[in-house]
Design a binder for this molecule. Sequence first.
Ligand code: ZN
Length: 274
Amino acid sequence: MLRMLIIGAHPDDADYAAGGTAALYRAAGHVVHMVSLTNGDAGHHEQPGPKLAERRRKEAAAAGAVIGATYQLFDIHDGELLPTLENRWRVIHLIRTFDPDLILTHRPNDYHPDHRYTSQLVQDAAYMITVPAVVPGTKHLLKNPAIAYLPDDFQKPCPFAPTVAVDVGPVLDKIVDMLHCHVSQFYEWLAYNTQTLDQVPKSDGARRAWLGEQVKARLRRAADRFRSQLIQCYGPERGKKVEYAEAFEPCEYGAPLDDAAARRLFPFVFGKET
Ligand SMILES: [Zn+2]
């Protein structure tokens, strides 16, 4: 059984960027723990603060429950995450106690400071989790887990360069169901922030369909963008046909995500190792 830890900055980042892979993990009987290093309490135009944090905690828990994963929110204010020593210790404690085979997190260059510092904190924790004298109250790990980055569109200093691409078509409905739980985000805050509030349907069913179209369009673009990796991972026959994809780039500070590791950590992509 594999253990995957997705560490995002906000209470919808993990399922937004890797919800399909998380769903495939769970469907195969593996363990998934999603974490938000902030409590999301700045993500609203009308209702910021503790009530929003509570609302987002419940939304995240519901999203996790869709696939049988846990979703944990740290009590750090949204928009105020910093790569402090104290926060590094908390991330070390988190990784050590969950003991993952694979960690997914943001890349270090990103538009949002919370995303940048989440990545920084995971990178800062990566080696230290094996050092007994660091955070001595929590038993150290004997080796690093593999670490991989979640996809983004940023080009500088270098564009996203995945080595693993995942066909998430079989779990598309699960992805939409998870994101549909984040009502405060997809139907309120992000719609306000992108000035599309007037386009949000009123009924629950119409909203889910509206969100589903956006999710499909995004994952379809990803499949086209990562077509060569899909062909590499699935072979030409299936790789060319994949409609919806997620992809991941190895982080050099984790255990090597070489071919053998990728086959072990993404068994539903490469099939059983021969
Ligand atoms: Zn975020």
